[in-house]
Design a protein around this ligand. Structure first.
Ligand code: C5P
Length: 234
C-alpha cells in the first residue's frame, strides 16, 4: 500500500523544514509546503525537498483571475511539484485554466502532470462562519456545489474535511482523489480545525490522502508520531 500521509512542513525556516523532512522521510508519503514556509524560504525549499527524492505538495491555494492562476500553476509545475492547490471558489474558468496549464507545461517538460487539487471549504470554517461571509447554505451543500464545479472544470482531486468525504463520494467521479486535512488523533487539541476525524476514520470514509500538520510536527517526537499514525491505518 502506498503511504497516504502527507506531512505539512508548517515551519518558518528552510533549515527546520529540511531537518523535519529528513526525520520524517521513511514514515510519510509526501511533504506539504504551505504559504508560511514558501514565503519565508522561497522556491528553493521546493527544489531542496524534491532533491531528497520526496514528493512535494505545494499548498499555495491560488485564487485569482484565470490568467494569473494559469501562470502561477505553470511556475509551480516548473518546480516539479506532484500536487498543488487552487481555491474552487475562484470559479469554473479559473479551475479549467489551472488544470489546462498544468497539463500543458507538464507535457512540454515530459513530466506527469501534477494533481491540481481544488480546495472546497477550509476545514477551519463551519456553517456560522460561512453565514458570516454571506453564504447561506450549510458547509455540506457548499462543499458539494464547489466539488461539482471542480469536476466540470476537469480537476482530478479535491481538498475537503474528512467529515465530508463520505457525503461527497456519490457526487464526484470515482477516480477523484480526496485529500483531507483536519486530522486529529485524539491525543492533541483540535486547534483552529472545526471539522476533524481521526486518521482511521478518514481512511475508512474514503480519503485517498491525509494532510497532517500539528499532530506530527508539534509532537515531542515527530517521527514516532508519524509512525504511530501509519500503523493505525495499515
Ligand atoms: O496542523 P494541521 O494538521 O491542522 O494542519 C493542516 C494543514 O492543512 C495546514 O497546513 C493547513 O494550511 C492545511 N489545510 C487545511 N484546510 C484546508 C486546506 C489545507 O487545514 N482546506
Amino acid at each position: 500500500m502506498r503511504n497516504p500521509i502527507i506531512a505539512a512542513l508548517d515551519v518558518p525556516t528552510a533549515e527546520q523544514a529540511l531537518k523535519l523532512a529528513g526525520d520524517l522521510a521513511p514514515a510519510v508519503g509526501a511533504f506539504k509546503i504551505g504559504s508560511e514556509l514558501f514565503t519565508a524560504a522561497g522556491p528553493d525549499i521546493v527544489k531542496k525537498i524534491r532533491a531528497t527524492g520526496a514528493s512535494v505538495f505545494l499548498d499555495l491555494k491560488f485564487h485569482d483571475i484565470p490568467n494569473t492562476v494559469a501562470k502561477s500553476v505553470t511556475a509551480a509545475v516548473q518546480l516539479d511539484v506532484q500536487m498543488l492547490t487552487v481555491h474552487t471558489s475562484g470559479g469554473f474558468e479559473m479551475l479549467r485554466a489551472a488544470e489546462q496549464a498544468a497539463g500543458e507545461i507538464a507535457r512540454k517538460l515530459g513530466r506527469v502532470p501534477p494533481l491540481v487539487l481544488g480546495v472546497t471549504v477550509l476545514t477551519s470554517l463551519d456553517t456560522p462562519a460561512l453565514r458570516e461571509i454571506g453564504l447561506d447554505g450549510n458547509v455540506e451543500s457548499q462543499v458539494r456545489r464547489l466539488a461539482t464545479i471542480a469536476t466540470r472544470a476537469g480537476l482530478r482531486g479535491l481538498v475537503c474535511s474528512p467529515q465530508e468525504v463520505a457525503q461527497l463520494r456519490p457526487y464526484i467521479p470515482p477516480a477523484m482523489q480526496l485529500v483531507t486535512p483536519g486530522i486529529r488523533t485524539g491525543a492533541e487539541k483540535a486547534d483552529d480545525q472545526k471539522r476533524t476525524l481521526t486518521p482511521q476514520e478518514a481512511m475508512q470514509a474514503g480519503a485517498n490522502w491525509l494532510v497532517i500538520g500539528r499532530p506530527i510536527y508539534a509532537a515531542e517526537n515527530p517521527r514516532a508520531a508519524a509512525e504511530k499514525i501509519l500503523e493505525s491505518i495499515s
